[in-house]
Ligand binder design. Structure first.
Ligand SMILES: Cc1cc2nc3c(=O)[nH]c(=O)nc-3n(C[C@H](O)[C@H](O)[C@H](O)COP(=O)(O)OP(=O)(O)OC[C@H]3O[C@@H](n4cnc5c(N)ncnc54)[C@H](O)[C@@H]3O)c2cc1C
Length: 251
């Protein structure tokens, strides 16, 4: 069983927009997108259940995204492929999906796992764009995954109950953060990660372009809220809220 896991490095801490470039400021520390740790964990479980195989991490990002990949390697993935290229900075969804799909075409994995969303751009959409390019089925928001007999079966919670969706492999699966509890890398895993294969590719290596077809034209702060009342809890906040709602005739 060959499993590819798409992981992204995201900025740590408070999000800040760089007004000059109108992009998210990625100059500070980065971390493995927490949603993607669930995808890595699930890949490890699927590999174990299959009795073996290979887990390859796939990412596009700045060179320092290699740190996030090392964390996922320390969890137990086997190797990584990072596409890093100045021409990819500012890539939008279309560009990002094109690059990831090009790597995945090369890898020919049985199963491609994604997290549910990236904690910076919060698109929660890239997996569907990649699946469309690969012409494979996609199951999203998967909270329970079984892979057997050449099929992926995903259970997901809906507003009214559960969906159980089955797809033939190869398939793309985006896991929800309810699917598992990601393991912490062990010291042995952290040391071992340094010697695992970490491939770095440019856009030219893949023969693709990553540019943006969209452009951010303007940014503005949300308008200040008008008629607001802030209640500080000095011990009788509940009474103040009741009084406020009564005044507005909402009680
Ligand atoms: C004009 C414009 C410029 C932009 N510039 C940038 C930019 O410079 N840098 C940037 O990161 N984004 C940029 N974006 C946002 C870009 O659209 C998203 O990063 C990209 O489409 C992925 O969407 P997302 O991050 O919302 O991922 P989601 O759709 O929320 O991610 C879902 C899952 O996809 C996987 N994933 C997401 N991104 C990657 C990745 N890069 N590599 C591997 N796996 C991934 C993860 O498994 C993740 O859990 C820009 C958008 C626009 C419109």
């Amino acid at each position: 069983m060959k499993i590819a896991v798409c992981v992204k490095q995201v900025p740590e801490g408070t999000k800040r927009i760089d007004r000059a470039t109108m992009r998210l400021d990625r100059s500070g520390e980065g971390a493995l997108n927490a949603f993607d740790a669930h995808a890595v964990e699930e890949a490890l479980r699927v590999k174990d259940a299959a009795g073996g195989g290979e887990i390859v991490l796939v990412s596009m990002g700045p060179a320092k995204a290699a740190d996030a990949l090392r964390k996922a390697l320390a969890m137990g993935a086997d190797r990584s492929v990072l596409v890093t290229d100045d021409a990819a900075a500012g890539a939008d969804l279309v560009g990002t999906s094109r690059v990831l799909a090009a790597v995945l075409e090369r890898e020919q994995a049985d199963l491609v796992l994604f997290g549910q969303q990236a904690a910076d751009a919060d698109g929660a959409v890239l997996w569907s764009a990649v699946a469309e390019r690969l012409r494979t089925p996609v199951i999203s928001q998967v909270a329970e995954l079984t892979v057997a007999d050449g099929k992926a079966r995903g259970k997901r919670q809906t507003e009214f109950g559960y969906d159980v969706i089955e797809a033939p492999l190869p398939a793309v699966v985006a896991v929800s953060d309810a699917i598992n509890e990601p393991r912490y890398p062990s010291l042995k895993g952290i040391m071992g990660a340094k010697s695992k294969p970490q491939e770095t590719l440019t856009l030219a290596d893949l023969g693709v372009e990553a540019g943006a077809k969209t452009e951010v034209l303007a940014l503005s702060d949300p308008p200040p809220r008008g008629d607001t009342t802030k209640i500080e809890d000095d011990g009788n906040a509940a009474a103040q809220i009741v009084e406020f709602l009564a005044e507005k005739r909402l009680l």
